[in-house]
Design a protein around this ligand. Structure first.
Ligand code: AMP
Length: 403
């Protein structure tokens, strides 16, 4: 079966078409600047990339993508019927969704209702769902939530110590994010360890523009660094990560800005970018630090130190771990970041093999700890779209059986 994976943002719509008979990617691309000036659609297949005129609405974007996919000259499928199902990424499933599920009107309404908790993402995700339903009304659609994997966290991990009544009334709690990635690398880790996934105990570090660290026990998330929103946790590309909430009030009063303005600043102007003054991109900050830029070096130190602290916390939570996994753009590619995060942790049973770490092959699973290291350290490339396509296939398969 071929499955179309959709990740809709407010002005973008990323897509991937996968063939699930061999789990191979057939084509992918992005509809950018939807509804803005000069919108474009990129289309990558067979090692080539083409660019087309973009769309004014999400519905038009989906239509254009489908027409490209079936185009006689450049298309990769003969007709829309070859697409067996569509899988949609939704950022916030809140307390309502514990796993991926088939979409119906009630599910879409709940996704919209949760917009309060993810105002930048859920409305756009729902727009993508509604657009696909209009254009492909007979194709089953599945929703995959970034938060679902973390719904196994115990109360003591997801609660903030605020007044219990307010938690109950407003659902203010930790939800986490990157769940699809943490779940994917946990399953891959189980395979390399030769263990049942339900017995895996690990710390997974998804480090990219946005980053989160998770504690995994018996294959399930028992804690994660992101909170009510993706602002909490480790230092990120443009996000500050953890801070004392009073900092918000302090900045509001000193910068004469509203809470919304300060939150926007903490989300978009801080982290690597804010500290270094160079860039939010880890590579560029690393290059600047290598040339002697002290603020760039400080930004990298802050990032690595914040991840190290979460690794330490989760080693305590789990009473040790089988493995630590690095994934995401930084986790998979930056040997410097991995070394800096795990240096001087020998007494906790973590010894990184510096040579293996530096000479890793990109895009592959690599063991980068020494034989003596009690905790194994792996690089595991993530593949959120494949995880989403696997979920979609499983749900649609069951649907066919029950018919
Ligand atoms: P992601 O959000 O997972 O796409 O990750 C983006 C981050 O990964 C950016 O900060 C990039 O600088 C970083 N990144 C990607 N490739 C490399 C690389 N080769 N070395 C260091 N960082 C990288």
């Amino acid at each position: 079966m071929k499955i179309l994976i959709i990740n809709a943002g407010s002005s973008s719509l990323k897509y991937q078409l996968l063939d699930m008979t061999n789990e191979k990617l057939i084509a992918k691309g992005n509809c950018e600047k939807i509804g803005l000036s000069s919108p474009v659609i990129s289309y990558k297949h067979d090692g080539k990339e083409e660019i087309f005129e973009g769309a004014k609405t999400h519905e038009e974007a989906i239509k254009k993508v489908l027409n490209i996919l079936v185009d006689k000259k450049i298309g990769v499928i003969k007709s829309f019927d070859e697409i067996g199902a569509i899988g949609h990424r939704v950022v916030m499933g809140g307390w309502l969704f514990k796993e991926s599920c088939l979409i119906d009107e009630e599910v879409t309404r709940k996704v919209e209702k949760l917009s309060d908790l993810a105002p930048l993402h859920n409305p756009a995700n729902a727009m993508g769902i509604r657009a696909c339903e209009k254009v492909m009304p007979n194709t089953p659609q599945v929703v995959i939530f970034d938060t679902a994997f973390h719904t196994t966290m115990p109360e003591k991990a997801y609660m903030y110590a605020i007044k219990y009544e307010d938690y109950e009334k407003f659902h203010v709690r930790r939800y986490g994010a990157h769940g699809t990635s943490h779940r994917f690398v946990t399953q891959e880790l189980a395979k390399v360890l030769g263990k049942d996934v339900n017995k895996v105990k690990a710390i997974t570090c998804h480090l990219g523009n946005g980053s989160s660290v998770s504690a995994i026990e018996n294959g399930k998330s028992v804690d994660t660094s992101m909170g009510l929103t993706p602002l909490q946790g480790v230092v990120m590309g443009t996000r500050s990560g953890d801070l004392d909430p009073t900092v918000v009030q302090f900045l509001c009063s000193h910068k004469k800005q509203s809470v919304d303005e300060v939150l926007n600043y903490l989300n978009k102007e801080c982290g690597l970018l804010g500290v270094s003054g160079v860039s939010s991109d880890h590579r560029e900050v690393t290059e600047a630090a290598e040339k002697g830029n002290k603020r760039a070096k400080l930004a990298l130190d802050l990032l690595a130190y914040s991840v190290k602290k979460y690794v330490g916390m989760y080693l305590a939570v789990l009473n040790g771990a089988d493995a630590i996994v690095f994934t995401g753009g930084i986790g998979e590619n930056s040997a410097e970041a991995r070394e800096q995060i795990l240096e001087n942790m020998e007494n906790l049973g973590i010894i990184i093999d510096k040579e293996k770490n530096a000479n890793f092959k990109r895009g592959q699973i690599e063991l980068i700890s020494t034989k003596e290291s009690k905790v194994k350290v792996y690089i595991i490339p993530t593949n959120e779209e494949l995880m989403m396509a696997r979920d979609t296939l499983n749900i649609v398969k069951n649907l066919k059986k029950s018919k």
